[in-house]
Design a protein around this ligand. Structure first.
Ligand code: FES
Length: 316
């Protein structure tokens, strides 16, 4: 029978045994509760090997794509190495600051070059660690490139310790530590005709832009509607690049919203798309907007499994 490897130790399985049962029987500790595939507390990730499809059925597509599965209902069919979602299975590399460009009064685009292979999906996020240990997370605004370039959009927050350092003090050519990637907000090429709705506020544009770029690069032909909102016009950025993309890709539409003088991005989006059945929805930025828009998208017809969210918590 297959063996499961967890935290460096091997756990042989018995016929009909699940990954969770095999580990618990032999002293492995995995959080769990219902043991019937309902509560999801036993979620683990296959870092090597393929988990049974039935143990991934109830998960979002993006989690499946990353190898997550429910260990309480997974009877392994082949050797597996698994880790807890919170384990250090995320990658680490160093990256060098190549360029910094001011996009708006308090928003900067940083281009970094990873020292070694650092696989990720545009729209996921990475964590930057300063030499004193301070960490903050930022979304990946472009798909991976052959030369290892990484694009981030950083809002310089008042008294923001790490954002101030990244936007002002960090010198070109300097190295930072990157950890990740994390997050399940990214493009899936499973149905290139599916309509995509993307709503973001502030630097919530970063993951959405990454998803749009990835979708277009992978030949998505279905409609892609992007709504970018900010309270004031100076919180909007990259209008020129996005407008150019709509010219080269007629299936992409791009709507700017300033809530001080007009409707919020989510209000404008659901006004334009009153029936979200069949749409895949991505919501990024202000946590209140993300939560409200998630509910609204669901009430208007989108499947919860097709709504991907990335609420930004301001930490500086
Ligand atoms: S323990 Fe509840 S889903 Fe596995």
């Amino acid at each position: 029978m297959p063996t499961v490897t967890f935290e460096g130790r091997s756990y042989p399985t018995e016929p009909g045994e699940t990954v969770l049962t095999a580990l618990l029987r032999q002293g492995g500790a995995i959080p769990h509760s219902c043991r019937s595939g309902v509560c999801r507390s036993c979620l683990v990730r296959a870092t090597q090997g393929t988990p049974p499809a039935s143990s991934q059925k109830a998960l979002k597509d993006t989690l499946r794509a990353q190898g997550y599965f429910l260990s309480c209902i997974a009877q392994p069919e082949s050797e597996l190495t698994v880790a807890l979602p919170s384990d250090g299975v995320i990658g680490h590399t160093r990256a060098q600051l190549l360029a910094r460009e001011q996009l708006a009064p308090d928003i900067f685009r940083l281009r970094l070059q990873a020292e070694e292979a650092f696989p990720f999906m545009a729209g996921q996020f990475i964590t930057i660690r300063r030499p004193d240990g301070l960490r903050r997370s930022y979304s990946l605004a472009a798909p991976p490139t052959s030369d290892g370039t990484i694009e981030l959009h950083v809002r310089r927050l008042p008294q923001g310790q790490l954002s101030g350092w990244l936007c002002e003090a960090l010198e070109l050519g300097a190295w930072v530590d990157l950890f990740g990637p994390e997050g399940s907000c990214f493009y899936l090429p499973d149905d290139p005709t599916r309509p995509l709705l993307l709503i973001g506020t502030g630097t919530g544009l970063a993951p959405l832009l990454g998803i749009v770029r990835d979708a277009l690069a992978q030949g998505h032909t279905g409609p892609i509607q992007l709504f970018h909102g900010s309270r004031h016009p100076d919180g909007l950025y990259l209008q020129g690049e996005l407008a150019a993309l709509t010219v080269t890709h007629p299936n992409l539409t791009y709507t700017l919203c300033t809530s001080a003088t007009g409707p919020r991005a989510d209000v404008a989006a659901f006004g334009a798309i009153p029936d979200t059945s069949g749409w895949r929805v991505y919501l990024c930025g202000n946590p209140e907007m993300v939560k409200g828009a998630q509910r609204k998208a669901f009430l208007l017809g989108a499947s919860l499994a097709e709504i991907y969210t990335d609420p930004f918590v301001r930490a500086g």
